[in-house]
Ligand binder design. Structure first.
Ligand SMILES: [Zn+2]
Length: 519
C-alpha cells in the first residue's frame, strides 16, 4: 500500500514537473519574425488604373514611378528608369491608396498575430485606441513600442503597418487604474488634468483616449486643456454628460455604433448620474430601440458635422452581438489566425453570452434590431455631413485583423454609403482626420507609396477590395507569394503552443488587464 502511494506520488510529481517544464520552455522559446521584402531604389508600376478616391474617377493606363518610399511620377506615357528597379505589371488592375483601420487595439503579440494580417489585407495604417501608463505593460503596448515600430518601418526593417496616431491609456476614472500607479492617472478631479497631459505629451502621444466613467468636471477640463498641449481627445462618450456637451467640448472622434442609440431615448438624461448604468443598458435595450428619437439624433449629427467631430461606427462589434447565435456567422474561416487562448477564454464566453440572449427572443433578436438601427444612423449621419471613418475594434470577438476592415466597408455600403464613400472612410477621411493628407489618403505625386493593387474595380463592387494582387508599404512590395507567407506565418503563430503560453502569461501578468476585467 505504502509502495503504491509512493509510486503514485512520484508519477504526479513527475507530471507536474513536466508541465512546469513545458510552460517554461514555451514561455522562453524565442519567437521568429518575418523578413521585409527586397528593397529597391526605384519601383515602376506599369499600365495601371488609378482610383481617385477623392472624385471617384479612374485614371486609366498610368505608369507610376516610386523613388524609395515616395511617388515621384504619374504619367500616361512610358517612364524611363536608369537605375536598378522593380517593375510591377499593373495592366488590367486597379490601384487604391493603402487602407486605414481607424479603431484597433494592439498588444505585445501584435507583431505575430496582427501586423502580417493587416498588410496581407492592404491595411497599411491603423489607429490604435489603447495605450499604457508609466510602466511597460505585459499585455498592452504604448507609444514607445509603436513609435519604434514606425521608425523600423521607415528604415525598412520591420513588417508592420503604420501606427498613425498615438493613444494614451483609456482614461476611465479611478477604477481602471491599478493600485500603486501614479495618482493623476485616476483623473478624479480637474486638478489632475495638467499632470496627465504633461505626462502623455512627454510620451509623444497624440490624443487622450476617453472611456465611459470619467467624471464630468474632469472630462471638461481635459477637453479644454488638451489642445494647449497639442493633444486632442477621442474615444467613447463619458456616461455622465450628454453627447451634445461632449461634442461642444471638442472631442474629435466618437467611437462605436451605439452613440446615438444611447442618447436619443426618453430616459437618457436620468442615466447621466446613475450608478448602475451598465445594468440599465442591458435591461433597457428594447426600450432604447423603440423610443429612438430620430429628430434628436439628427440635431446631434448636425452639431457633429458643424464641429467637425468624426464618427467611427465599428459596425463589426454590433454585428457580432447580433449574429453570435448563428453558426453561419461563428464558423469563420479566419479563426485559424486567432490564438486558442483568446478563442477560449475571451471570445468563447462572449459568444455564449450573446447567443443565450439572442435565443431568448423569438424572431429577430434585439441585438439584430440594434445592428440594423445603427446602420440606418450611419446613413443619417452621412447625409448630414458627419465624416465617417472605417474601424473594426480588432481583438474584440470575431473581429479579425485586416480581414474585418473589408467587412466593415461592405457594411458601410449596406448602410447606404456608396462604394466610393466606403473607400473614402478608409483612406482620405482618416488621413484628413490625422492631419496627414500631405503624405497619405490619395494617390498623388509627393505622397508616400502605401498602395494596394486590386484585380478588379472596387467602385463597381466594394467586395473587390478583397481581391488583392499586391500591397506596397513604404515603397516595399508584398507580392502574392509574400502575402501568402504573411498569412501562413500568423496561422502557425496562433496555433503554436509557446505563443499560446505567452498569451496567457501576458494576460495574467498585466495589472491593466486585471483592473479592466474586474470592472
Ligand atoms: Zn475599442
Amino acid at each position: 500500500m505504502k509502495k503504491k502511494l509512493l509510486f503514485g506520488l512520484k508519477i504526479i510529481t513527475g507530471f507536474i514537473i513536466m508541465i512546469i517544464f513545458i510552460v517554461l520552455v514555451g514561455y522562453l522559446w524565442p519567437t521568429s519574425l518575418l523578413d521585409t521584402p527586397k528593397y529597391y531604389n526605384e519601383t515602376l508600376i506599369t499600365s495601371v488604373n488609378v482610383v481617385d478616391v477623392e472624385t471617384g474617377d479612374i485614371l486609366t493606363d498610368r505608369n507610376i514611378l516610386i523613388n524609395k518610399n515616395t511617388i515621384v511620377k504619374i504619367d500616361s506615357f512610358p517612364i524611363n528608369t536608369s537605375r536598378e528597379h522593380l517593375v510591377i505589371d499593373g495592366s488590367g488592375k486597379f490601384l487604391i491608396p493603402g487602407l486605414w483601420d481607424m479603431h484597433t487595439h494592439s498588444n505585445q503579440q501584435s507583431e505575430l498575430l496582427h501586423h502580417p494580417l493587416y498588410i496581407a489585407n492592404g491595411v497599411t495604417g491603423v489607429r490604435d485606441m489603447s495605450g499604457q501608463l508609466n510602466e511597460r505593460d505585459s499585455y498592452w503596448v504604448g507609444s514607445k513600442e509603436r513609435l519604434q515600430w514606425n521608425k523600423d518601418l521607415e528604415n525598412n526593417n520591420r513588417v508592420t503597418p503604420r501606427y498613425v496616431l498615438q493613444s494614451s491609456y483609456q482614461m476611465d476614472g479611478e477604477k481602471a487604474i491599478p493600485n500603486g500607479a501614479l495618482n493623476f492617472f485616476k483623473l478624479q478631479n480637474p486638478e489632475q488634468v495638467d499632470s496627465l497631459l504633461k505626462f502623455y505629451k512627454n510620451e509623444k502621444v497624440d490624443f487622450i483616449k476617453i472611456y465611459a466613467q470619467l467624471p464630468k468636471d474632469t472630462y471638461l477640463e481635459l477637453a479644454k486643456k488638451a489642445p494647449t498641449y497639442g493633444l486632442h481627445i477621442a474615444g467613447h462618450k463619458p456616461m455622465f454628460l450628454s453627447l451634445k456637451e461632449a461634442i461642444n467640448a471638442g472631442q474629435r472622434s466618437f467611437e462605436h455604433g451605439r452613440i446615438f442609440m444611447y442618447e436619443c431615448f426618453s430616459e437618457a438624461d436620468s442615466l447621466k448620474s446613475s450608478k448602475n448604468w451598465k445594468q440599465y443598458f442591458k435591461k433597457s435595450k428594447e426600450k432604447i430601440l423603440t423610443q429612438f428619437d430620430s429628430l434628436k439624433a439628427k440635431q446631434l449629427m448636425q452639431l457633429m458635422a458643424e464641429k467637425k467631430a468624426y464618427w467611427t461606427p465599428t459596425l463589426q462589434t454590433l454585428k457580432f452581438e447580433a449574429f453570435a447565435h448563428k453558426t453561419a456567422f461563428t464558423d469563420n474561416r479566419n479563426l485559424k489566425y486567432v490564438t486558442k487562448v483568446r478563442k477560449q477564454l475571451w471570445w468563447g464566453f462572449d459568444t455564449e453570452y450573446n447567443k443565450k440572449r439572442n435565443l431568448e427572443t423569438k424572431g429577430i433578436s434585439v441585438s439584430e434590431q440594434f445592428f440594423e438601427a445603427s446602420k440606418k444612423q450611419v446613413k443619417m449621419a452621412r447625409d448630414l455631413g458627419v465624416p465617417i471613418m472605417a474601424g473594426t475594434d480588432v481583438t474584440d470577438s470575431y473581429v479579425f485583423a485586416g480581414f474585418s476592415l473589408h467587412d466593415e466597408l461592405l457594411e458601410l455600403t449596406k448602410s447606404g454609403l456608396s462604394n466610393l464613400e466606403a473607400l473614402q472612410a478608409a483612406t482620405i477621411i482618416p488621413a484628413k482626420y490625422s492631419n496627414a493628407l500631405n503624405d497619405f489618403g490619395t494617390i498623388a505625386i509627393g505622397k508616400k507609396a502605401d498602395l494596394v493593387l486590386l484585380d478588379s474595380n472596387p467602385l463597381e463592387n466594394i467586395k473587390n477590395t478583397k481581391k488583392i494582387h499586391g500591397v506596397m508599404l513604404n515603397g516595399l512590395y508584398y507580392d502574392s507569394t509574400k502575402i501568402e507567407k504573411l498569412k501562413k506565418f500568423t496561422e502557425s503563430s496562433a496555433s503554436s503552443l509557446h505563443i499560446n503560453i505567452k498569451t496567457l502569461a501576458n494576460l495574467f501578468n498585466s495589472p491593466l488587464i486585471r483592473v479592466q476585467f474586474a470592472d
